[in-house]
Design a protein around this ligand. Sequence first.
Ligand code: SOE
Length: 393
Amino acid sequence: MTQHLSAAHTATPTTRPTGTLGVAMVGHSFMGAAHSHAWRSAGRFFDLPVSPRMVAVCGRDPDRTAAAAERFGWDSAETDWRALLRRDDVDLVDICTPGDTHAEIAVAALAAGKHVLCEKPLANSLDEARRMSAAADEARARGVHAMVGFNYRRVPALTLARKLVSEGRIGELRHVRAMYLQDWLSDADSPMTWRLRREQAGSGALGDIGAHVVDAAQFVTGQGIEGVSALTETFVRQRRSGTGGTEPVTVDDCAVFTARFSGGAVGSFEATRYALGRKNAMRLELNGSRGSLSFDLESMNELWFHDATEDPDTAGFRRIVVTEPTHPYLGAWWPPGHLLGYEHTFTHEVVDLVTALATDTPPEPGFGDGLRVQGVLEAVQHSAAADSAFVRV
Ligand code: SOE
């Protein structure tokens, strides 16, 4: 079988990198592994204007951080993130730590003239997000830029959905139905984790996975969320701690909220880690006046599109396998139909970041986008705390 490889696999690189970008990463757990893969692979599959160099990884434990440097391909290991800011070979700090350290590291890095990539959610509070966004605005004038890691913006099926909405293919948007369903905490015997402590995580499912659907919904629709009405719940209030005792869970286990969008659409949102059987189901369905779109991260290469203007005899949701080289990013990977995975979204994020930095262009999503998401998270928490819209039957 003749495989029609994309141009990226046949032609020599059209542009050679001019110079390097020294990258240092803080944190080396799950997100650290995903970001390391992205920094390692970006220049091997995409023609980048500058070549990322993985100069240092930083973590608290010297032995584990040295092992992470070896395993993930970083040139050196540090145990104090402040040391990264003093290094001339570091141009960008990639923050892959729990949310309670995002603000301190990002603000200091920007002040030191280092670009920043910060994992989501931007911060643990609206105040922190405001400080980070202000620091990014000030740094931009010095040619120093910041991006927040809403990686699902780089799923080709979601960039196609955004394109179809912007072209009016589903008409006037009426419904946004967004949910992020996981089940890894549904077992009450699962031990305590930093994600369940407010002082470290800021919130629970709301900030961790709810942030993703808030950003994705705003990104795909091109509309902002103007107001919400919310419920949150913590199903398991005590969990086993490492010391043999138990510890209180101080964040939400789930958040459910309705929303109004700036263009008049109404939305329903859900974020939970108790949807038994759902492993990583970030789902988005849009209903407009001319059609609908539907996406599920567990089938991330597919977008379902219903064009209501078609002949009713044959109209219906059709499955688009979004792997053609005409879509963003795909020309650099495999022939059509050979599918992308979760890790590719981080590589796309790094490619867009490096490309933006090379032309002194503010990367997207910036800290201002992160701040807007944080505003929605804060409103959800206020609404849930007030029980304002909850009318007893
Ligand atoms: C939570 O389980 C989590 O790891 C999030 O923190 C990530 O942002 C998401 O991409 C996958 O799920």
